[in-house]
Design a protein around this ligand. Sequence first.
Ligand SMILES: Cc1ncc(COP(=O)(O)O)c(C=O)c1O
Length: 385
Amino acid sequence: MLTEQEIAKLRARFPILRRKIYLYSCSQGALSDAVEMGMRAYLDSWFELATPWDTWMEMYEAARAVFARFIGARPDEVAILTSASAGINAIASCFLFTERKKVVMGEFEFPTMGHIWLAQRPRGAEIEWVPPREGRIPVESYERAIDMRTLIVPLTHLSFLNGFRSDVRGITRIAHERGAFVFLDDFQDCGTRPVDVKALGVDFFVTGTLKYLLGPPGLAFLYVREDLIESLVPTVTSWFAQRNVFAFDTKLFDPAPSARRFEGGSPPIPLLYAAVPGLELLSGLGMSNIAAQIEKLAHAFLEGACQLGIESKTPLDSIGPLVVLRSHDASRLVARLAERNIVTSSRHDGVRFAFHVYNDLADVEAVLLALQENLDLMVRRRSRV
Ligand SMILES: Cc1ncc(COP(=O)(O)O)c(C=O)c1O
């Protein structure tokens, strides 16, 4: 657990925290001095080097290795992409939907996950939605939907709508028993706690760098389980996906034996320079310490919201990072909070409060006070706790 002094020292590395109560990490993480320096290092390299691509290719492989270590994978299992959508599309393009056609998806998935699998319907995919019950999608609901015809279960680790946390291991066990793949979308959680893709057992894993990984937009990582890679041949491809990138053989399609086979064209080099220091900053703090700080803040905030009688869309036993409260006019509340320098976001009738390791209990108190003074916009619980 990090001490208050350590948190204060960390906060000083994020200039925006001097001006704002920043609860926006579910959309975009705050900029640190480390990530800013990474961006500058990229500019310096371009300024200094006459032929920078040799150095940039080293950076590209170094970033792959850093991310692989971050999630407990091997570098060969990681593809570097410009969005999570690009990774999901690359995998979807590998399937023919002949014997197994079913895609079982919870209604808490991020829209892009729905859109990409729905787009496979003309190619034979059949989508089955798993509905939530009282803000949760329990394992049993997946158990009813997944059968021997299921090809894949796309699964958001944490819902962007209400912060509900999926039981990844439970769902993966059922999917695997029935011969289906699991594609974990960790975008709303990666960076908030230790990740071990091997222990989770998932087949595919994707995340981008811009939220809790403290990095820039325009960069994402895809993990594909080693033993699956060579059996999957994407039709969404590029020259950087080939075995020998610099063979320059236009007439040969020869996908790399590693997860690089799922990549698009030239990698987003400036973003890799920026993302690596963010990953290193997090690892240096200790991922369990980060999880503990976030859990402390989420608990304090949920308890305070309950005491104010505000209805939470997030299950009350949540460990964070995202807490969503129900509002009569969520975008108006976001604007009112912004007037008090509190940065939040809204989705439908929910106002989203995203906690990261750089937040502290003073942030929680300030937001609760602001909510108390804006109760007219909040949906109230029928019975108070
Ligand atoms: C859970 C989740 N998945 C996917 C995405 C979309 O990622 P991208 O724009 O990189 O495709 C987001 C973006 O907010 C997200 O929150």
